[in-house]
Design a protein around this ligand. Structure first.
Ligand SMILES: Cc1ncc(COP(=O)(O)O)c(C=O)c1O
Length: 352
């Protein structure tokens, strides 16, 4: 009999606490800006601001989450792609007067950031995607003219939400958005209650039910990449999470996997500096899809960051294709402890 015990997948909510605005302000390092519905809608606010300043072209990395292209297309901007090296360093060559978007991959600051910040605001504008680096030190050099955006749901059960350092007054969230958030909350609470009995048998229809809600949520975001207003409930939940404890547990779990898997698998980034809070433990695997499927059979669900989107297939560098085809992100998040990490490491080793 397969039991409910699971590692990975969308965040459940087992306790539901509303927090204080002070906690949100700590999350955004006290910078002024705007909370939005998602990371991509935060990017759309930045792009609108840049359009207002005459920018018409965005230079994007070939190794990226496809959802980032949605607001660029929806706003009618031109775009081009630049290569990313095997160590994830951005190598942009922007046309004059364009905006360059860099990603701080998996929680680590992009090593091209300091050179780009030195030139930002002169021959190009700089947009930093810190969605995977929410709890890392993305606010270093805040005085540089650059645009930053976040997506806290990658790090905790915040239902939805995004943030960017552009200040805009948004209208109240429309009804369909509020309904979406309510369904997301209900599905996460249901998942929390279901997983509270880890030794009970799997109930396929219950699992399918909350997965359908999460898939519908992603479709809504895909269909509305420029919908910016966010219901207050999202911010209340985000403010109620203990982000300090989340950061500490993620770092601890990353270190356990790093120690246990040394010599068995190749990590994409082998060292965890003190200022980094990782999204996951990202490894390169020759037979990534086979291993991923075997892990899923053991109820360890690992995301792939990311397949190469069809629009940039012709431009992707060899290194970006290799990353897209070999990377697997092992979960290290706060829901798990030492025993879980040992289970992940032992299961993976047995598949090597
Ligand atoms: C690096 C990165 N930036 C931005 C986004 C978009 O964030 P959201 O899904 O909140 O729109 C994603 C989505 O997964 C992402 O991985």
């Amino acid at each position: 009999m397969q039991t409910r015990r699971v590692i990975g997948g969308e965040f459940e909510l087992s306790e539901f606490k509303l927090g204080s605005p002070d906690m949100l302000s700590r999350l955004t390092r006290g910078l002024s800006g705007t909370w939005t519905l998602s990371g991509r809608s935060a990017l759309s606010l930045i792009l609108r601001t840049l359009q207002g300043e005459g920018i018409r072209h965005i230079h994007l990395p070939t190794y990226l989450c496809e959802s980032l292209i949605q607001p660029v297309k929806a706003l009618g901007l031109r775009y081009s792609f630049y290569p990313v090296e095997a160590d994830l360093r951005a190598k942009p060559d922007p046309p004059s007067g364009a905006a360059v978007l860099i990603i701080h991959y998996f929680g680590w600051p992009n090593s091209a950031a300091s050179d780009l910040r030195a030139e930002a605001g002169r021959s190009f504008q700089l947009i930093e995607d810190a969605c995977q680096a929410l709890l890392s030190d993305w606010s270093a050099s805040v005085s540089v003219p650059r645009f930053i955006f976040l997506s806290p749901r990658k790090f905790g059960p915040t239902l939805l939400g995004g943030w960017c350092n552009v200040s805009v007054n948004l209208a109240e969230a429309p009804r369909d958005t509020t309904a979406l958030v309510q369904r997301s909350l209900a599905a996460r609470i249901a998942r929390g209650a279901y997983l509270a009995e880890p030794d009970a048998p799997v109930n396929v229809s219950v699992e399918r039910g909350y997965l359908e809600v999460f898939e519908a949520q992603e479709r809504f975001l895909d269909d509305h990449p420029t919908y910016a207003s966010v219901p207050q409930l999202v911010l209340d939940v985000a403010a109620g999470l203990d982000w300090g404890a989340i950061a500490a547990r993620r770092r601890q779990n990353w270190q356990i996997l790093s120690d246990c898997l040394r010599g068995y698998v190749e990590p994409v980034i082998p060292v965890l500096p003190p200022s980094v809070v990782p999204l996951g433990y990202v490894v390169r695997l020759k037979e990534r899809d086979r291993v991923r499927a075997r892990l899923a059979e053991r109820r360890i669900f690992c995301p792939v960051h990311w397949p190469i989107p069809s629009v940039c297939r012709g431009y992707a560098s060899r290194e970006a294709i290799a990353l897209a085809e070999s990377c697997l992100t092992l979960p290290v998040d706060q829901r798990y402890g030492t025993e879980d990490m040992l289970y992940v490491a032992d299961t993976l080793k047995a598949l090597m």
